[in-house]
Design a protein around this ligand. Structure first.
Ligand code: ATP
Ligand code: MG
Length: 321
C-alpha cells in the first residue's frame, strides 16, 4: 500500500484536479483508492459527489475528536474509490490544536487502521504549509508535487522542499519526494516548455514523464461531480491522467523496497515495545510473588484473566486486518 500527499503551498496549481483524477484513474486500473480531503475548501469532497454543506461528520471530527476515519468513508460513483470529506469547519482546526500535544501526528495515528486495507491513500492538501499540511507530511511515505507550468515559481518549490526535509528530519524519517507533476501545460506557448526544461535541469528524474496539459474539460468537470474519465472519456485530460496513473503504478516496484523497510522497522519497534511490556509484566509478577498466600493467588489469577482478555482483543484486531 502507498500513502501519497499532494502538496504545494501555492494555490490553484492542480492539487485537487490531480488528487481526484489520478485517484479515479488508479481505481480504473484496479487499485483500491481512498482520497482523504484535508483542505477546508472541501473541493475534492464536493467533486466526488459529497454535499459538504450537509456533513455531520468530517475530517474536522477526526482531528478534533479522534473520530475513526472508517466512520466517514464515503462511497463514490467510481468503483474501488472512496472519499473522506472535509468542509469549512476544518478551517478552525489549526487554532484549536495549536496547544495540543503531538498535534502534528494526529493524521498519522488516524490513518494507521487503514494501512493495507487500500492500495493507495491519497491526501489532497490545502494551499499552505500549516499544521494540516505538516500532519499530512507526518502521515505519508510519499510526496507528489503538482506544479503549474504557466509560471516559473522555483522559489516556492525550494521552500516546499525545505519543509519536506524539516519534517523528514524531525517527524517522519521515511518521507520521500516521489515526483513533480507538470500541470496546466499550455501547448500553445513556449513558457510551459521552458518551465519544464528548468525543472528537469534542477530536479532531474524527479519530474514525471507524463505531463498534464491544459484542457477545458478538466476545468469544467468538477461541476459534473465526475472525474475526467467519466465526464470526458476521450479527452486529453483522461489521456494525460491515465498516462500519469500508469507511470505511478510502474513506480510501485521502485518504492516497494522502502515500504518494506518501513514495515520491518515498525515491527522491530513493536517487538521492542512488546519486550519492554513483557519485562514490565515480569517485574510486576515478581512483585506480586512477594506478597503472601491468598493475595498472591488472587493477583495471579486476575492478571491471567486480563491477559486472556487482552489476547482475545488482540486476536480480534488481527482478524479485522
Ligand atoms: P487550491 O490550492 O485552491 O486547493 P489546487 O492546487 O487544488 O487549488 P485545482 O483546484 O486543482 O488547484 O486547480 C485550480 C483551477 O485550475 C481549477 O479551476 C481547475 O479546474 C483548473 N485546472 C486544474 N488543472 C487544469 C488543467 N490541466 N487544465 C485546465 N484547467 C485546470
Ligand atoms: Mg485544492
Amino acid at each position: 500500500m502507498r500513502t501519497i500527499a499532494l502538496i504545494n503551498q501555492k494555490g490553484g496549481v492542480g492539487k485537487t484536479t490531480t488528487a481526484v483524477n489520478l485517484g479515479a484513474c488508479l481505481a480504473d486500473l484496479g487499485k483500491k483508492v481512498v482520497l482523504i480531503d484535508i483542505d477546508p475548501q472541501g473541493n475534492s469532497s464536493s467533486w466526488m459527489g459529497v454535499d459538504i454543506n450537509e456533513l455531520h461528520k468530517s475530517m474536522f471530527n477526526v482531528f478534533h475528536d479522534n473520530l475513526p476515519i472508517k466512520e466517514i468513508l464515503h462511497e463514490t460513483s467510481i468503483e474501488n474509490m472512496w472519499v473522506v470529506p472535509s468542509n469549512v469547519t476544518l478551517a478552525a482546526i489549526e487554532r484549536t490544536l495549536a496547544n495540543k500535544l503531538e498535534n502534528d501526528t494526529i493524521l498519522k495515528k488516524s490513518i494507521s487502521p487503514l494501512i493495507n486495507k487500500f492500495d493507495y491513500i491519497i491526501l489532497d492538501c490545502p494551499p499552505s504549509l500549516g499544521l494540516l499540511t505538516v500532519n499530512a507530511l507526518s502521515a505519508v511515505r510519499e510526496v507528489i508535487i503538482p506544479l503549474e507550468t504557466k509560471v516559473l515559481a522555483l522559489n516556492g518549490l525550494v521552500t516546499l522542499l525545505n519543509t519536506v526535509n524539516l519534517v523528514k528530519d524531525t517527524l517522519n524519517s521515511s518521507l520521500e519526494v516521489t515526483g513533480i507533476i507538470a500541470c496546466m501545460f499550455d501547448v500553445r506557448t513556449n513558457l510551459s516548455n521552458k518551465v519544464v526544461e528548468k525543472i528537469k535541469e534542477k530536479f532531474h528524474d524527479k519530474l514525471f514523464k507524463s505531463i498534464i496539459r491544459e484542457s477545458t474539460q478538466l476545468a469544467e468537470c468538477p461541476i459534473s461531480s465526475l472525474p475526467i474519465t467519466r465526464y470526458a472519456p476521450d479527452s486529453r485530460g483522461t489521456q494525460d491522467y491515465m498516462d500519469l496513473a500508469r507511470e505511478v503504478v510502474e513506480g510501485e516496484k521502485e518504492v516497494a523496497r522502502y515500504y518494506e523497510e518501513d514495515e520491518a522497522e515498525t515491527s522491530r519497534h513493536f517487538d521492542e515495545e512488546s519486550k519492554e511490556v513483557d519485562q514490565q509484566d515480569d517485574n510486576d509478577e515478581d512483585e506480586i510473588d512477594q506478597h503472601s498466600g491468598e493475595v498472591e493467588s488472587e493477583a495471579s489469577w486476575q492478571s491471567g484473566e486480563e491477559k486472556n482478555e487482552a489476547d482475545q482483543r488482540f486476536g480480534e484486531g488481527e482478524k479485522e486486518e
